[in-house]
Design a protein around this ligand. Structure first.
Ligand code: TPP
Ligand code: MG
Length: 1018
């Protein structure tokens, strides 16, 4: 840190290195190279007086000249005329002629040029000034005073660059030019109403705009209108003026922010709270963003944030009742809700109130999150998108998100990048997020030199051309200013923007930590640092904006509020995590938050509905639309199936989605290549073969007044997109939201979303979520990386007890679902897939549903279902018993093979080949978790003399075996062994060798069907 913290700031113009050398050797200004300007008929690369940065200036002149040749200096007039007439490089420029001279020949002009050296200098000087202005715009932030501690470690490069009046020589100007007046280009607003200013004033104003407490990074944005907008916001003289009232409000907000932390510290000095000390201006920053956005029409703000300052944000931004926060510090508080709960600085919140500044209603929610830094980012975006969707806010004018970040996490976590890349995609955009970074220049004990390779923690935002406003957080007015601009940016351009609050962390990582162990010099400096509230109060007092008495009154007023809330908090005996819900679902539960029933109606459909959906699925419901010939065949095949009253996998899915849409349920399917389907079976979006980008989604032509269907190919991100869909599903229970992995193997890059949110979300935050994961799974000889969705991992995280045979009641099946943390299924028939999707919505509560979906079964001739299995009265089958010859003589059955998924078809084929259809029963466990104890018991009771085998295609240490075995044993009271037929244990999920694959299949099928295989082993 110490090497870098003393680094000199540098500003470098865009001219080539030789310019620097020339300058240091005190030679005249280096010749500038020319960057070609559009529209010239003559090549101009060799014009001696033009530099790479002058093209804007020249272009401006050129357009002005085109409109009116008299509007530019005579020298430019001649230059453009010559250039347009085709003058060779180096000859187009001519010094202007004295008035009255004829321009008859080139030679004459040339000779005049040598007689007018001052004009050449004038042009060069203007270009130099332009270059200087641009240098400030590009790199002013390098020398802005951003770090309250003055020890910033941002290191840009090693070029020896300087700015400011003493260094104008660097641009080919000299001291004598400082008082000369220069015309200002249209790419700056420092002039205000003036069009020309003395150089000295130009520099002063640029320093004011770009080199004080605000550093603006925006010149990488390749949109001129956006750049001009930002320049205007920061360059226009006198913009950063605040009214007395604004200053007093700001002070009051700083008082709340500061005194809240002090209050917690006084009352609970040994509790972790990840206080905000050192960045107290975060609170006015967020309030400013919210006020401004509310003024611009936003009425719903969804926030995501990490630990730092979270309680303060809850108290002073979202306005959670203080006693609700304080009572969380009481360890004797009893939990009122089921589930494990979470620490106070992870809980979410939802609050609707009046914004006092704008007098408009505003809903604020803070999304609950795990410790996993930044994991909540895509979740917030998904929830925001859903809220926009449900209120018809198509361009994000009413609903917006704010994401807070720590400096180390923002730079380090890849999910930040993945989330940024969703920001402009049609089905994922939330039309601009405001990011606020609490840049305390440290992450736990690691300083930035060791934590990132980029100069700023915010550089990741540049990939989406988001402007970045760095601001010294010890200057609350500057903070308020940039936050206003950020909110205006979002409402103007609907694109992401970053506010980087450069601050410090007054304490250790938490209140218990000793920072001097690892950052001694930084913390010596921090100890000397006057608290920002004090600094700001002194400033306002010296300006006469407030009196000492008023300031003290403001403090005691807030301290009193805290004390009173503290007293009330002692009356709280019970902790209701329900009070911390970030996404309530009004009307879905009873008033006390319970499901309205413990039943699930039949998930079947009428014959007419099945026929209708089938017809739409096999047609093109718009006129004059040419589809691909191959697709015609596929649709015809679907039509034939409908006539035969059967469905395959894709059609079964169609039936489920199409029927839910009729019932007003929005269906959203997202993931990589889901529109066609990775395995080319789905085809939910038809593409006109003759008209570019003309598409048709038949599912949206299903019924009058149906709910909309969204199907969207996603970016190539699992973590980001799954998080997003989880957030989308969080917003409403009346939507079926599905995320499909390309192959299930890839889901593990989203593991944090699965572990932290999907598996444990309800237990931690009493928040239900009905997201569906479609995980294409199955060992088909495609090698280790396209085979397994790792069912063992999902099953291992199920919360049901393997050793307890549950009490079987009438509502057993539904109650089991209610009690579980998630549902894991592997359906072997399209009808069952259809039912489980519909059940997901018809249940009176929501649970995540993990479906291992097939690949080869998509086209397997036997993997089809009859309409009969989907009619009214039918339902999802948790276990599909064998209904073949074994049922005729159950006593004679020697073995029951339990299995799940596609291996069933391999087993039945082999059983037939071996002529054992009356000896071996094959029973499919379709819902692995919660485990169908009741149905498994019925099966084993049915075949009293059968030995029990679990067969799976996965390796022994993978798949379902470790989960089902103890549960089957519990079901039979451990009276019989449960044998294993499957692959041996292995590190990789599958072999890369096709031959080995086939041998393995043969071996385990033999074991599964050979009734002598386990003789004598018990
Ligand atoms: C994904 C993840 N990895 C590691 C941690 C452990 N951890 C908690 S806070 C922290 C430092 C965070 O630094 P920063 O983002 O700068 O936030 P600050 O605490 O400084 O506000 C770390 C590494 C975590 N919570 N999440
Ligand atoms: Mg930090």
């Amino acid at each position: 840190m110490h090497r870098l913290r003393t680094c000199a700031f540098r500003l470098r113009p865009l001219t080539a290195l030789q310019t620097v050398q020339n300058y240091s050797q005190k030679q005249p200004a280096a010749p500038r190279t020319f960057s070609p300007v559009r529209c010239y008929s003559a090549p101009v690369a060799a014009e001696p007086f033009l530099s790479g940065t002058s093209s804007n200036y020249v272009e401006e002149m050129y357009y002005a000249w085109l409109e009116n040749p008299k509007s530019v200096h005579k020298s430019w007039d001649i230059f453009f005329r010559n250039a347009n007439a085709g003058a060779p490089p180096g000859t187009a420029y001519q010094s202007p002629l004295p008035l009255g001279t004829s321009l008859s020949t080139m030679a004459q002009v040339q000779s005049m040029m040598h007689a007018q050296p001052n004009v050449e200098k004038l042009v060069e000087d203007h270009l130099a000034v332009q270059s200087l202005i641009r240098a400030y715009q590009v790199r002013g932030h390098h020398i802005a005073k951003l770090d309250p501690l003055g020890i910033s470690c941002v290191n840009f490069d090693d070029a020896p660059i300087t700015v400011g009046s003493p260094n104008v020589g660097f641009y080919g100007l000299d001291e004598s030019d400082l008082d000369k007046v220069f015309r200002l280009p249209t790419t700056t607003f420092i002039g205000g109403k003036e069009t020309a200013l003395p150089l000295r004033e130009i520099i002063r104003r640029l320093e004011m705009a770009y080199c004080q407490h605000i550093g603006v990074e925006f010149m990488f944005i390749n949109d001129l209108e956006q750049c001009q907008w930002i320049r205007e916001k920061f360059e226009t003289p006198g913009l950063m003026q605040f009214s007395l009232e604004e200053k007093r409000t700001l002070l009051a907000r700083m008082v709340r922010s500061t005194r809240f932390e002090e209050f917690l510290q006084r009352k609970w000095s040994s509790e972790k709270r990840f206080g905000l000390e050192g960045c107290e201006s975060l609170i006015p920053a967020l309030k400013t963003i919210i006020d401004k956005s509310s003024e611009n029409g936003v009425d719903n703000v969804i926030l995501g944030m990490p630990h730092r300052g979270r309680l303060n944000v809850l108290a002073n931004v979202i306005r959670k009742e203080l006693e609700q926060i304080f009572c969380q510090f009481d360890s004797k508080l009893e939990a009122a809700d089921e589930g494990s709960g979470d620490v106070k600085y992870h809980l979410g919140m939802y609050h609707r109130r009046i914004n006092r500044v704008t007098n408009r209603n505003i809903t604020l929610s803070l999304v609950a999150n795990p410790s996993h830094l930044e994991a909540v980012d895509p979740v917030v975006q998904g929830k925001t998108k859903a809220e926009q969707f449900y209120c018809g806010d198509v361009d994000g004018k009413r609903v917006m998100s704010i994401l807070l970040h720590g400096d180390a996490a923002f730079a380090g976590q890849g999910i930040v990048y993945e989330t940024f890349h969703l920001s402009d995609l049609p089905s994922y955009t939330t039309h601009g997020t405001i990011h606020v970074v609490v840049n305390n220049q440290i992450g736990f004990t690691t300083d930035p030199r060791m934590a990132r390779s980029s100069p700023y923690p915010t550089d990741v935002a540049r990939v989406v051309n988001a402007p970045i406003f760095h601001v010294n957080a010890d200057d609350p007015e500057a903070v308020m200013y940039v936050c206003n601009v950020a909110a205006e940016w979002r409402s103007t351009f609907h694109k992401d923007v970053v506010v980087d609050l450069v601050c410090y962390r007054r304490n250790g990582h938490n209140e218990m930590d000793e920072p001097m162990f690892t950052q001694p010099l930084m913390y010596k400096q921090i100890k000397k640092q006057k608290p920002v509230l004090l600094k700001y109060a002194e400033k306002l007092m010296s300006e006469g904006a407030v009196t000492q008495q008023e300031y003290e009154e403001e403090i005691s007023k807030y301290d009193k509020i805290c004390e009173e809330a503290y007293t009330r908090s002692k009356d709280e005996k019970i902790l209701h995590i329900k009070h911390w819900l970030d996404s309530p679902w009004p009307g879905f539960f009873t008033l006390d938050g319970q499901p309205k029933s413990m039943t699930c109606p039949s998930t079947g459909l009428s014959e007419e509905e099945l026929n209708h959906i089938g017809e739409v699925a096999s047609s093109v419901p718009v006129e004059d639309f040419t589809i691909h010939g191959g697709l015609k065949r596929i649709l015809k095949g679907r039509g034939d199936m409908v006539k035969e009253r059967t469905v395959d996998w894709a059609l079964g899915e169609y039936m489920a989605f199409g029927s839910l849409l009729k019932e007003g349920i929005h269906v959203r399917l997202s993931g990589q290549d889901v529109e066609r389907g990775t395995f080319s079976h789905r085809h939910h979006v038809l593409h006109d073969q003759n008209v570019d980008k003309r598409t048709c989604i038949p599912m949206n032509h299903m019924w009058p007044n149906q709910a909309p269907y969204t199907v969207c190919n996603s970016s190539l991100s699992e973590y980001g997109v799954l998080g997003f869909e989880l957030g989308f599903a969080m917003a409403s229970p009346n939507a079926l939201v599905l995320w499909e992995a390309q192959f299930a193997d890839f889901y593990n890059t989203a593991q944090a979303i699965i572990d932290q949110f999907i598996c444990a979300g309800q237990a931690k935050w009493v928040r239900q979520n009905g997201i569906v994961l479609l995980l294409p799974h199955g060992l088909e000889g495609m090698g280790p990386e396209h085979s397994s969705g790792r069912p063992e991992r999902f099953l291992q995280m199920c919360n049901d007890d393997s050793d307890v045979f549950p009490k079987i009641t009438d509502d057993f099946a539904v109650r089991q679902l209610y009690d579980c943390n998630w549902i894991v299924v592997n359906c072997s028939t399209p009808a069952n897939y259809f039912h489980v999707l519909r059940r997901q919505i018809l249940l009176p509560f929501r649970k995540p549903l993990i479906i291992f979906t097939p690949k080869s079964l998509l086209r397997h001739p036997e993997a089809k279902s009859s309409f009969n299995d989907m009619l009214p009265g039918t339902h999802f089958q948790r276990l599909i018993p064998d209904d073949g010859p074994v049922t005729k003589n159950p006593e004679g059955v020697q073995r029951i093979v339990f299995c799940a998924g596609k291996v069933y078809y391999e087993l039945t084929r082999e059983r037939k080949a071996q002529g054992k259809e009356d000896k071996v029963a094959i029973s499919r466990i379709e819902q692995l978790s919660p485990f169908p104890f009741d149905l498994v018991k019925q099966e084993v009771d049915k075949y009293p003399n059968a030995e029990l085998v679990w067969c799976q295609e996965e390796h022994k240490n993978q798949g379902y075996y470790d989960y089902v075995k103890p549960r089957i044993r519990t079901t039979i009271n451990r009276a019989r062994p449960v044998w294993y037929a499957g692959r041996d244990p292995a590190a990789a999920p599958a072999t890369g060798n096709k031959n080995t694959h086939l041998q393995e299949v043969k071996r385990f099928l033999d074991a599964a069907l050979n009734t002598d295989a386990f003789k004598g082993l018990s």
